[in-house]
Design a protein around this ligand. Structure first.
Ligand SMILES: [Zn+2]
Length: 173
């Protein structure tokens, strides 16, 4: 229950009176003349609750108006989706960066076993089944070893005489 508004019998000025003041003598806030607070029915208090109707209408707009929630929800969903894309994108970039870094360690002149070990370490970061091919070739100088996993492919060109890496090629990253 909150204050009721009564009017001073002398000057007619409005005054807020807290509940439970019925019958008490108070001084008017405007003309300072004392007067007795009349009996105030409880319904006066409940009808004159100043926050009541306002609070209800404030509560109604976001509570039961679906457009408000749509207006709030859509941008929030948009931000979440954007964040998801950024996160996915950075994850992919991170992986690409890792693959490139590992590939840079595969250098011409290294032992073919060493190069192959590095290719396998790189391929361990790629999803899928690893396929290794060593196609027959007429080239007397060098042979190829092809590693394939997912959409990533690395070809090692190995010198037949020295068994060292001549060069390599990469696809898919
Ligand atoms: Zn007065």
């Amino acid at each position: 229950m909150s204050n009721a508004t009564i009017n001073c019998p002398s000057c007619g000025g409005a005054m807020n009176v807290p509940p439970g003041m019925d019958g008490m003598t108070v001084a008017c806030a405007h003309c300072k003349r004392p007067f007795q607070v009349p009996d105030i029915a409880p319904s006066v208090f409940s009808q004159q609750i100043p926050d009541g109707p306002r609070r209800r209408s404030v509560g109604r707009s976001p509570g039961s108006n679906p457009w408000i929630w749509l207006a709030i929800g859509l941008p929030c969903a948009g931000v979440l989706i954007a964040l998801l894309f950024v996160w996915k994108g950075s994850d992919r970039d991170l992986k690409q960066g890792q693959l490139l870094q590992l590939y840079q360690d595969i250098k011409p002149g290294m032992e073919s076993e060493d190069a192959e070990k590095r290719v396998r370490a790189l391929m361990a970061k790629v999803n899928g089944d690893l396929k290794v091919e060593e196609p027959e070739e007429d080239d007397t100088q060098q042979f190829q070893k092809i590693f394939e996993k997912g959409n990533v492919r690395i070809i090692l060109f190995i010198n037949r005489g020295t068994n060292k890496l001549v060069h390599s090629k990469k696809f898919g990253f």
